[in-house]
Design a protein around this ligand. Structure first.
Ligand SMILES: [Fe+2]
Ligand SMILES: [Fe+2]
Length: 168
């Protein structure tokens, strides 16, 4: 995503403004994250890019924007903790969910989005297409230019997923 493009999108901002106003969310700016200056920028990028695609494909934009923003709501640098990579993949979605539940009331879909965002690295299968979308955007966001081949790739995987899960 173009940095700060989300700020001009008032429809998106309206969905996440209450969360962005919370110090617990702003605190994510203190942690570095691959390919983004910090974990807050990463979380906003995942949230907004997922939102744009969810809107295009008539999925639940609110759940994707909010779940995406809170998907990495944890406050440690995993490279400095005792976890190995596998344990981190398993543990941090659970930590993020617990932290997110302290901030706001989450729908079942938003909980699933946070809990299953490491699908691929862990065996927890997403219950909704929205959860799969956020997990794919999270993966590719780290490594690739977003709007290009990624969009096609995500569309294909979502298509394959259709029918296996409820439209939610
Ligand atoms: Fe994560
Ligand atoms: Fe992430």
């Amino acid at each position: 995503m173009k940095t700060n493009a989300w700020k001009q999108d008032s429809e998106y901002v309206a969905l996440v403004a209450d969360l962005l106003a919370q110090p617990e969310v702003q605190r994510l700016a203190e942690f570095t994250q691959h390919h983004h200056s910090n974990r807050l920028d990463h979380s906003i990028a995942v949230s907004y890019d997922s939102y744009v695609l969810a809107k295009k494909w008539h999925l639940n934009t609110t759940a994707v924007a909010r779940g995406g923003l809170l998907h990495d709501l944890f406050y440690y640098d995993w490279r400095e903790t005792k976890f190995d990579l596998g344990s981190h993949a398993f543990i941090h979605p659970r930590v993020a969910l617990r932290n997110a539940e302290k901030l706001t009331k989450l729908t079942p879909m938003e909980k699933d989005i946070i809990l299953k965002h490491m699908f691929g690295a862990t065996l927890a299968v997403p219950k909704y297409r929205e959860s799969l979308l956020v997990s794919l955007v999270d993966d590719y966001e780290a490594e690739h230019e977003f709007f290009g081949p990624l969009r096609t790739k995500v569309a294909k995987q979502l298509d394959r997923f259709r029918g296996k899960v409820s439209a939610g």
